[in-house]
Design a protein around this ligand. Sequence first.
Ligand SMILES: Cc1cc2nc3c(=O)[nH]c(=O)nc-3n(C[C@H](O)[C@H](O)[C@H](O)COP(=O)(O)OP(=O)(O)OC[C@H]3O[C@@H](n4cnc5c(N)ncnc54)[C@H](O)[C@@H]3O)c2cc1C
Length: 379
Amino acid sequence: MGTSVAYHLARRGITDVVLVERAPRLGMGSTGRNAGGVRHQFSHEANVRLSIESIRLFEHFAEEVGTEIDFHQDGYLFLLSSEEHVERFRQSVAMQRRLGVEVDWLTPPEAQRLAPGLRADGVIAATFCSRDGIADPHGVTQGFARAARAAGIEICRHTEVLNISVQAGRVVSVETSAGTIRTPVVVNAAGPWARRIGQMVGLDIPVLPYRRHIFIARPMGEISHPEATTVWDVPDSHIMVIDFETTFYFHREGPGILFGMSDPDESPGFDTTVNWAFLEKVIPVAVRRLPALAHAGVQRAWAGLYEVTPDAMPIIGPAPHIEGFFMINGFSGHGFQHSPAAGRILADLICGRSPGMDITPFAYDRFLKGEGESEIQVV
Ligand SMILES: Cc1cc2nc3c(=O)[nH]c(=O)nc-3n(C[C@H](O)[C@H](O)[C@H](O)COP(=O)(O)OP(=O)(O)OC[C@H]3O[C@@H](n4cnc5c(N)ncnc54)[C@H](O)[C@@H]3O)c2cc1C
């Protein structure tokens, strides 16, 4: 989010900007730990609009921003196993189509044809959008950063924000581990740590960190042998398959499979060590949907943090009553893919331009008013 805002400010001619990152490298927070998934298929219209704009930029990233991002548009396949979910998706698909997104309804056998090796027992319907896909989060972050730097924006790594001074209701400076920066504008792009930055200006930002795991499996034993007669029965393409009922998802990653699932027993916290006991809960679900995983070994695993708001919708825009303080937080597990549009919108707001779309679903004050519609297609 930080590099996207910087890039879009630079495009608007605003280069008197410092991006402050406490880590030694960019993208060591949530961005460096995500699954790279990019999709149009959301239930909230505002999210679909963010996707349409963001995917357009991902498709032309090399020409427009100057970096390759390994974007494979092999589609997202949602598997639905209850009438209730089918009904909810019916409404989402109708809205997505109204916005011009091509989404198809598939039968379970059609879904299996798209994702060889998939077992579809209990699945009653599936949705598929062929322009959804997987991209490289590192490439996107570095692409935005390089282009912003080339335009004159400064990026300070190893630099932690310690405090923010507000005088007479206005932001005046940021105290960092490398000194004080006087500025009338501050953007909070601290991902799962957004609430801590908000506390510095006396604002409660309702973003909670939740640990999420990713596992990489490789074929084992006989099927990993070059002359094996048993095949590793998994998709060849990078199609992303999501079992909506269990939240189990997978996609091809090199010769292996990347998979994950949300853990309903996880409490908020900043711990990102791998909880191997959780893998025990994932395996039965994983093997049921993709039986080839029974012949696989988990080669790698890592955990990162989702940055979750109460309605799973992001906060993009100014803070009420603190002039100059802006937020781009709380993307609830889909921030990588929405970073192009979200950064563009925030840059427009900072410049006093119209964001060109209805941004009330992203306003901070929805929490004060108790308003707002939740995003339900979150995994
Ligand atoms: C396992 C997993 C899978 C995911 N899968 C997907 C997916 O498929 N698709 C998708 O779109 N999204 C996915 N996400 C979500 C996505 O990763 C996040 O929404 C997104 O990366 C948020 O970006 P960000 O820039 O806001 O946060 P971050 O990338 O966390 O960046 C915030 C930065 O702020 C820095 N920072 C914090 N506090 C300070 C401070 N005081 N001073 C200086 N610097 C500070 C941190 O070091 C960090 O680098 C996934 C997340 C996880 C954990």
